[in-house]
Ligand binder design. Sequence first.
Ligand code: SAM
Length: 355
Amino acid sequence: MAKLRHTLLEAGILPYGSEDLRLYEERLTRYFTREYQRLTKDPISLEAAGIPTDEGPMWAQTERLMDEHFDAPTEMFRAFLDPEFMAYTMAWYGETEEAVKASSLSLEQAERAKFELVAQRAGIRGDERVFDIGCGFGPLETYLFGEYPEMEITSITPSRVQTGYIRECMENPGHPLYQRRLRLIEGDFSTVPMAELGENRYDIAFAVGACEHINNLHSAMERIHALLKPGGRLFLHLIVSRPVFPQYHDSKVTLIGKFYPGGHVWPFELIEQQTEFFDLQQSWYLNGFNYWRTLEEWHRRFWEHMDELYGPVLSEAAVRHWNDYFIQCKVVLFAPGGGEVYGNGHYLFRKKAGG
Ligand SMILES: C[S@@+](CC[C@H](N)C(=O)[O-])C[C@H]1O[C@@H](n2cnc3c(N)ncnc32)[C@H](O)[C@@H]1O
């Protein structure tokens, strides 16, 4: 492994745990902290920012997003995600930077804590009919069926790598997804016919880490509204910025767009204002250090498995790409400003009558 780390370092790829990387991350975090302080001296209001929420297709670049990100080899995701849930969003360690850093939770425990928090905030009782938009490798399903085996869940993702993984779990007698009432749809939420998704059918819809990929929020909310029974709930969990940064919205020029084609980081309060089809019940900002620590652990595990990944699974260019992804998400988004610039938002909405 030492030789491999050296080879990659020689190629300009900074290994996790190296002094070079520590200094590089520290410098960049300081730089972005200053940059965000400068940009937020004169805060921009949402109204003045004019960020579009109702233009163009609901999802803009799903095929490219799958090719370039979500359909990367399963072996790679297995190497760094927690094996219990295979969750590909922020784990929950605590309210503040200090609490997150002091937490003794493992990644697996912190992912479970995230799903407990989500279920509690969404008011889950266990008898709901659930729709999950952008289900990834099925971590929410794994958590919910583990707690409530009688639940009924319909889940959608366009990723064949993710559906392949979930189907394997559904056939594995040792897995919480085995012989459960899980209907899996492989497709794009914006194009699968409503008749297949199910109209007026669900008590609650979730989108955990999926709204970052939406282009037209208005049409997505309209479609989700149509899925739900009268009075149905919608729970969103997504990466958000606390300040309003209109200059970072166009995915052609942003970090999120580089790693997630067509992706956006929406301002926290902009999501609160999506009330044409829903009434907002409550919203919460989650400190970005939770994502920083999650990424730290993913990054560490990625390098722990580097001898299995480099060569058989990932080319040198792919190792560079994914290494840059972990580093840049940490130092550009979640570490600057003590996690109070970029973090996650939780939102609980209730379906409006009509709409
Ligand atoms: C960051 S992952 C989160 C996955 C999962 N919810 C979790 O908690 O690990 C984003 C998910 O959104 C899905 N997604 C992206 N575009 C989509 C689309 N057009 N329709 C449905 N799902 C989509 C991706 O395939 C992926 O499953």
